[in-house]
Design a protein around this ligand. Structure first.
Ligand SMILES: *Cc1c(COP(=O)(O)O)cnc(C)c1O
Length: 437
């Protein structure tokens, strides 16, 4: 081999083209950045789309680089690793995904996970120590509520909850109670965990009031985290209203095609670092194939959510006037000043997931669900296709009846997630199904 055959692997073949994030001083919008942000084709043979990097480990250019990367991974040097090391820590597809997820929420940093629940569990474990108290809004996604009440309890972490929609005074009282509880247990209030809107009632949490209450009551770093799966990233931007960490099940609107399971969190680096460190230890990072699928999904997330939102508005307008309908839990038709006030301050759209209350009970709901021809009978939400389910006998079957009533999960409640089909076709489907009731 002659000397000229040797290509120095540390020298890129072409100069990477710097990414454009502004034109004439105007910042580009997320919908534009989704097509290229965080990926340079010249580093991957010019491939317009990122390849899927199926590798468990990454070769270091030199031993000194390896040492420097590990100083980042182990936290000996702040700011994380500046190069790729091993795929439990991070890899190219996941890094591009995390860069693009941060953009939607206006976050400094994001972390991807193998499911929404992995994101939530690792987040809570990273912040809680023995004796601590987690304050949370209610209702939460059933698995999140179970993780706090049953799993964290095994490690001496307790909780205090408050209903979504609570006022500043009510939240103040809950934080006071939580502080006392923590001091009895020799711990602190370690996290305020919200979910808004709540499922399946769509009750909204006043994030601004929670932040004001936290700032007044707690003088240590206690993050406010919020599960934004139902309205994010398009219709609610919690970091703008005082939340510190946004949590997603990417399985829903972000993935959007009911063909993957993944999760993420986003926020300031300071809040992400402890979670990244625990993820490095435990694993739970999103796999490269799923990350690639999510990059494809993110290119259309705005289009899909807009269309689903428009469809839901038309469908709800139709349903609200139907004689067999008792009511709707739809954010575009809120009853009650308090909820409307929170909606006006926090939300940019009413979403496409709502509850439909039929006149009658389980039997009427089942007849309606069994008669649907376009809408599929399945749990989950946020996909391109319309889904319908019966929470009281499905997703919330394990919730005690008294608690179900308290949460407003009645036997006559059907939950619907509207997709991106033709709105008139959907209305025709609901019309013929209601005739069967
Ligand atoms: C689905 C969902 C989760 C859990 O996400 P997975 O991706 O299924 O683990 C958490 N929170 C909300 C609000 C959800 O809808």
């Amino acid at each position: 081999m002659s000397e000229t055959d040797i290509i120095d692997p540390t020298t890129p073949r072409k100069n990477p083209k710097p990414e454009v994030t502004k034109i004439d001083g105007r910042a580009l919008k997320p919908a534009t950045l989704m097509m290229g942000h965080g990926y340079d084709p010249t580093l991957s043979e010019g491939s317009l789309k990122p390849p899927i990097f199926l590798t468990s480990t990454f070769a270091f250019p030199s031993a000194a680089d390896g040492k420097r990367h590990f100083e980042g991974i182990t936290g000996k040097r702040p700011g994380g690793a500046d190069g790729l090391v091993y795929s439990r820590f991070n890899a190219p597809n996941q890094e591009i995904l995390e860069d693009r997820l941060s953009i939607w929420d206006g976050a400094e940093d994001a972390l991807s996970f193998s499911s929404g629940m992995t994101a939530i569990c690792v987040l809570m474990l990273a912040y809680a120590s023995q004796g601590d108290v987690i304050v949370h809004s209610g209702p939460l996604y059933a698995a999140s509520e179970g993780f706090v009440a049953k799993v964290m309890a095994k490690f001496g972490v307790t909780y205090v909850d408050f209903p979504a929609g609570a006022t500043r005074e009510e939240i103040d009282a809950v934080l006071e109670k939580a502080k006392n509880q923590a001091s009895d247990q020799g711990g602190k209030v370690c996290m305020i965990y919200l979910e808004s809107p709540g499922n399946p009632t769509n009750a909204l949490v006043d994030i601004e009031a929670v932040k004001e209450a936290r700032d007044a009551a707690l003088d240590w770093d206690c993050p406010i985290a919020i599960d934004n799966t139902f309205l994010g990233p398009l219709w609610q931007r919690p970091l703008d209203h005082g939340a510190d960490i946004v949590v997603y099940s990417l399985t829903k609107y972000v993935g959007g095609h009911s063909d993957l399971v993944a999760g993420s969190i986003a926020g300031a680096k300071k809040w992400m670092d402890p979670v990244r460190s625990l993820r490095n230890t435990m694993g739970g990072i999103c796999d490269p194939n799923t990350a690639w699928m999510l990059l494809r999904s993110l290119e259309t997330v705005e289009l899909r959510m807009q269309r689903a939102g428009e469809n839901a508005a038309k469908v709800c307008d139709y349903l609200s006037k139907h004689e067999k309908v008792e009511g709707l839990g739809y954010l575009g038709m809120i009853e009650g000043e308090r909820q409307q006030d929170i909606y006006d301050r926090h939300c940019l759209g009413a979403g496409s997931t709502f509850s439909l209350l039929l006149k009658g009970g389980e039997a009427e709901c089942f007849r309606f669900l069994d008669a649907l021809k376009i809408a599929k009978l399945a749990v989950s939400l946020g996909g391109t296709e319309t889904l319908a389910s019966h929470p009281a006998s499905m997703t919330h079957l394990s919730v005690a009846e008294g608690r179900r009533t308290e949460l407003g999960i009645s036997d006559n409640l059907v939950r619907i997630s509207i997709g991106i089909e033709d709105a008139d076709d959907l209305i025709a489907d609901f019309e013929q199904a209601l005739e069967q009731v």
